[in-house]
Design a protein around this ligand. Structure first.
Ligand code: GRF
Length: 216
């Protein structure tokens, strides 16, 4: 098998998506490995999950950089490069990445957002906003991050989640999460196996290679 692609995961929260990525990467012949978890927080569930799995962690609170987010992001790029990271995954990272990070990893930063983008972009309340709007279907999106836009960039995968009678943010969020745990690892696997290509701002997914010996 060719060398596994090295993944850094950026986190701020509970880390359920990080846990899904780590579990997926444990499968035999998986093309990616999580080598670094970076947070803007000193403590969060995701950092604890990384530590439990023996994965290197790095906390970069902006206060440590005189509240200069660009300086923090320069330190992040240095750390990503030092760890020879190929792919960055934002999995519940609650800060906007500066252009320094985005230009350092062109078409190599995935983000998961709890809505069917472009609906309910640009905020931390996509699930609440979907409920308030009265939509009957929402979901989640994995997309590549592009410079100069928040919750925008070529869409890789989406999953629809119907809104049910009596849903509140918690119940709807938990069903959206279950879909995120499926499509985020799937997107990482597609990227790491070289099957994601961006043409004219849109993602194309190459077919899976034929497995030798199956054609009998
Ligand atoms: C996810 O719902 C993701 O879409 C949003 O933040 C949440 C992170 O959850 N950006 P977790 O920390 O992975 O549990």
């Amino acid at each position: 098998m060719s060398e596994r692609r090295r993944v850094a995961v950026l986190v701020s929260g509970a880390g359920s998506n990080l846990a899904a990525l780590i579990a997926a990467a444990a499968a035999p012949n998986h093309p990616a490995v999580v080598v670094l978890v970076v947070s803007n927080r000193r403590d969060c569930g995701a950092l604890a999950i990384a530590a439990q799995h023996g994965i290197a962690t790095l906390s970069l609170p902006v206060v440590d950089f005189g509240n200069d987010a660009a300086a923090r992001d320069r330190a992040m790029v240095d750390a990503l490069r030092a760890a020879r990271v190929d792919l960055v995954v934002c999995a519940g990272y609650n800060r906007v990445l500066s252009d320094q990070v985005l230009t350092a990893y062109p078409n190599a930063i995935l983000n998961v957002h709890p809505s069917l983008l472009p609906a309910f972009a640009g905020g931390m309340h996509a699930v609440e906003d979907a409920l308030a709007a009265g939509v009957t279907i929402t979901g989640c999106t994995v997309h590549l991050l592009a410079a100069g836009a928040v919750d925008a960039g070529p869409i890789v995968l989406q999953a629809a989640v119907p809104v049910e009678e009596g849903d509140d943010a918690e119940t709807l969020c938990s069903r959206i999460h279950a879909q995120e745990w499926r499509i985020l690892p799937q997107a990482v696997e597609l990227w790491a196996s070289g099957r994601l290509h961006v043409r004219d701002g849109r993602v194309q997914i190459a077919p899976a290679p034929q497995v030798a010996g199956r054609a009998h």
